[in-house]
Design a protein around this ligand. Structure first.
Ligand SMILES: NC(=O)C1=CN([C@@H]2O[C@H](COP(=O)(O)OP(=O)(O)OC[C@H]3O[C@@H](n4cnc5c(N)ncnc54)[C@H](OP(=O)(O)O)[C@@H]3O)[C@@H](O)[C@H]2O)[C@@H](O)CC1
Ligand SMILES: Nc1ncnc2c1ncn2[C@@H]1O[C@H](COP(=O)(O)OP(=O)(O)O)[C@@H](O)[C@H]1O
Ligand SMILES: [K+]
Length: 462
């Protein structure tokens, strides 16, 4: 099951719907506090605990957590940042029978619970508050951010002020964009989502592990999908993409290239197409399921001519690297609908300019404008469809930041599209398999190593 992601406004609307159905707001706070207290109890046991409470409902959650942990015998102190300002937070504070210290004077504890600010944070924290929070978190062995680390912007994942690194983020009711988008996502080593009985429906989800199917007994190489990779003068990138496509489920991969490289896996057939006309001829094969163009294409006039025949070929397309750079110059009006685009940050900006909003907003906007599935790469990859669906992949290995891993991803996307023909689902599967191959490859791998790990990444989801 994919985990839904709600913005601050979406969360408020979901909360209001539950309240309208007859559940008092304070009951939701009790549920949130109880769920978080349970998680903290399991992780931290009887450790000496300091709960930091802010003025809003996030602080209210903190008072509930403090009360419930104390009822279990945990030595708990509470430090508050001023008065509680909402009726539910005032009620939760009244139910806490212990003393309340001033936030500025709070002494550290082994276990630190940050319930200062959640989805209501609208501006940066005062320097003094951010510094005290940082010190208290760094002196604790166990630290928990309730709903969100205080100081992050809920919808974008930006840091409004310096934010320390927490051992655990406890999302309440649903994930928010900041749990998955960087730099905020990096501030929580572990992330758990506590169920508080809110129906969190959203077209935006965390990328879920896919279910992959083995070929049926009637399968043959063409029914499993013939992928063409159109390269240019540079062999390496189109070879990486072709090899990755061949290891990701497609029945056959053909590399259509102008280079004279002979080598790589024998299973990949290379068509030497010196001119765009020769490429056009190769693409007339009706059995082709998907054409990938971009890796190793180059940007000269010949590359443009090759891209042009691909765009007019009528086949389902995956466009990466130099294909995107050329399109950035000639404009996205030339894009066929329902292609898959796999831009990194610079390619994205060249194609779509500086769009406003979070990375999720930008990816969705780009998908709508181009009427294509957009895989907006980087730490925190967002896959967006023109119909408004988006999946966010966070916590991919940072070792992926090495040359050629994007070519590998493009090959996997093309392969999965050839197998299943649904662009959004293919892109989601590909990003997950790419991330899983990276996890299995460990540290300091190169792009070629990732490809070797693809069969086991697929096997893990059969
Ligand atoms: N949605 C749900 O279903 C449920 C939500 N729940 C919980 O509610 C949380 C959201 O609560 P919330 O809306 O009261 O906002 P919250 O994060 O406590 O902060 C607002 C307060 O902080 C203040 N403030 C803001 N910025 C500031 C700054 N820089 N420096 C200083 N002050 C600043 C702001 O003041 P103001 O801007 O109005 O002046 C206001 O007083 C949510 O994250 C979850 O934990 C659960 O209890 C139950 C189910
Ligand atoms: N720091 C990072 N953390 C996680 N994934 C990353 C990181 N840096 C890059 N990646 C991933 O690695 C791949 C790099 O693609 P790209 O930038 O096109 O590289 P190349 O052009 O060298 O192939 C993308 O899938 C991207 O999401
Ligand atoms: K918090």
């Amino acid at each position: 099951m994919a985990t839904p992601v709600l913005t601050a406004a979406g969360m408020r609307a979901a909360e209001q719907a539950v309240i309208a159905s007859g559940v008092p707001e304070y009951e939701l706070m009790e549920r949130a506090g109880a769920a978080a207290a349970e998680i903290i109890w399991r992780a931290g046991g009887l450790r000496d605990t300091l709960v930091l409470c802010g003025p809003g409902n996030n602080g209210g959650d903190g008072f509930v957590i403090a009360r419930l942990l104390r009822a279990r015998g945990v030595p708990v102190r509470v430090a508050a940042l001023g008065d509680s300002r909402t009726s539910s937070a005032i009620q939760a504070r009244a139910a806490w029978a212990g003393p309340v210290e001033a936030f500025n004077d709070a002494e550290p504890a082994a276990q630190l619970v940050d319930a200062l600010f959640g989805t209501g944070l609208a501006r940066e924290l005062d320097d003094g508050i951010a510094a005290q929070l940082h010190d208290l978190v760094s002196m604790a062995s166990h630290s928990y951010a309730i709903d969100l680390p205080s100081g992050v912007e809920t919808d974008s994942g930006a840091l409004l002020s310096p934010v320390p690194h927490f051992g655990m983020g406890i999302a309440l009711g649903a994930l928010k964009p900041a749990h998955l988008l960087f730099p905020a996502a990096d501030r929580m080593t572990r992330l758990v989502c506590a169920d508080i009985g809110i129906a969190a429906n959203s077209s935006i989800c965390r990328l879920a592990p896919p279910s992959v199917y083995a070929p049926g007994t009637e399968a043959h190489k063409y029914s499993r999908g013939l992928v063409a990779v159109v390269g240019g003068e540079m062999a390496g990138a189109s070879l990486l993409a072709s090899h990755a496509a061949a290891r990701s489920g497609a029945g056959m991969v053909r590399r259509i290239a102008a280079d004279a490289y002979i080598g790589g896996p024998d299973a990949i057939v290379t068509d030497f197409a010196k001119t765009a006309t020769e490429v056009e001829h190769s693409l007339q094969d009706k059995r082709l399921a998907v054409v990938l163009v971009g890796p190793g294409l180059g940007r000269n006039k010949d590359a443009q001519a090759r891209l042009d025949v691909v765009l007019k070929s009528g086949h389902p397309l995956v466009l990466d690297a130099d294909a995107l750079n050329i399109l950035g110059e000639i404009g996205i009006a030339h894009l066929p609908q329902q292609a898959i685009l796999t831009p990194h940050e610079a390619e994205f900006t060249r194609l779509f300019g500086q769009l406003p909003g979070s990375k999720i907003d930008r990816a969705l906007d780009a998908a709508r404008r181009s009427r294509c599935v957009v895989v907006y790469k980087g730490a925190g990859t967002v896959i967006a469809a023109p119909d408004g669906r988006a999946a966010v992949a966070s916590h991919g290995s940072s070792w992926l930041s090495t040359a050629g891993t994007g070519d590998v991803l493009a090959g996997i996307v093309a392969s999965r599209l050839a197998v299943m023909r649904d662009g959004f689902q293919a892109a989601c599967e590909a990003v997950w398999l790419h991330g899983e191959a990276a996890r299995r490859a460990g540290a300091a791998f190169i792009a070629d190593d990732l490809i070797e790990r693809l069969p086991e990444a697929i096997a893990s989801r059969l």
